[in-house]
Design a protein around this ligand. Structure first.
Ligand code: 1GP
Length: 251
């Protein structure tokens, strides 16, 4: 098993470079949509494609990933909401443990069940401390996970949770306000968490414009993830990517 994707993520962080990841929900795409999306993502110099969702109903994950791999060279990272969302055709998988929740199934239970076939997939596994932050409205992830999100103004809880995740050996922290969140994560919380950990920080949920993406990066996010907003307006891909990549390098 290689760790090329993680090396690229960690290398960019070390160089002070910010990255932009587009989230593709397999339920919301067909062949034509993927082709159109990939054309735009390649031109916009998107760094990563995340594939997954908290509730994937369709069963064409393999086909979606295969098509993406055939049509572009951007690394494909699985972002699975359930253990069944594994495709060996991807480049890597975020092995998410919901460290902000207190549901043992999502902390370790489902990992135990899925461990043999995750290993068998040969995918690069990126151990990820997944933290759900209250985004102002109940989202699929908070309902499905049956776990309360961290209140949006409790920065110290987020900071301590991320620190614990890092000390437990996780390689990434992913702070998520949930897809379509009404309020994205505050810059104050992002800055607090980024200042408390050395591992790369991924931020997503409810980011709908380039300004917010830029400010999140300045606050300390290393990778910005956007899904919902670009499903509605694909022209945002170019704008958000340009904003993320324009953040001055700070070592
Ligand atoms: C959700 O962080 C991702 O898990 C992206 O959220 O769909 O709101 O961009 P949006």
């Amino acid at each position: 098993m290689t760790d090329l994707i993680y090396q690229s993520i960690a290398g960019k962080k070390k160089a002070g470079k910010k990255s932009f990841a587009v989230l593709i929900d397999p339920d919301k795409v067909n062949e034509q949509k993927i082709t159109d999306l990939l054309d735009i993502t390649a031109k916009a110099k998107v760094d990563y494609l995340l594939v997954g969702g908290s509730l994937v109903i369709s069963n064409h994950l393999d086909e979606v990933v295969k098509q993406i791999k055939k049509q572009c060279t951007i690394p494909v990272i699985l972002f699975p909401g359930t253990p069944s969302q594994v495709s060996r055709y991807a480049d890597a998988l975020l092995y998410l443990s919901l460290i902000s929740g207190r549901n043992p199934e999502l902390l370790i239970g489902q990992h135990v069940i899925s461990a043999p076939f995750v290993r068998q997939s040969g995918l690069e596994i990126i151990s990820t401390g997944y933290m759900v932050i209250d985004g102002g409205a109940p989202t699929t992830v908070s309902y499905i996970s049956n776990a309360s999100p961290i209140p949006s103004n409790k920065n110290e809880i987020a900071i301590c949770t991320a620190m614990a995740g890092e000390m437990l050996g996780m390689k990434l922290i992913y702070m998520d306000a949930g897809s379509g969140a009404e309020q994205p994560i505050t810059e104050a919380m992002i800055a607090g968490v980024a200042g408390a950990i050395d591992i790369p920080l991924v931020v997503g949920g409810g980011i709908t414009d380039p300004e917010k993406a830029y400010l999140n990066c300045k606050a300390g996010a290393d990778i910005i993830v956007v899904g919902n907003a670009i499903e509605k307006d694909v022209s945002l891909i170019k704008e958000i990517s340009a904003a993320v990549h324009s953040v001055p390098v700070r070592l």
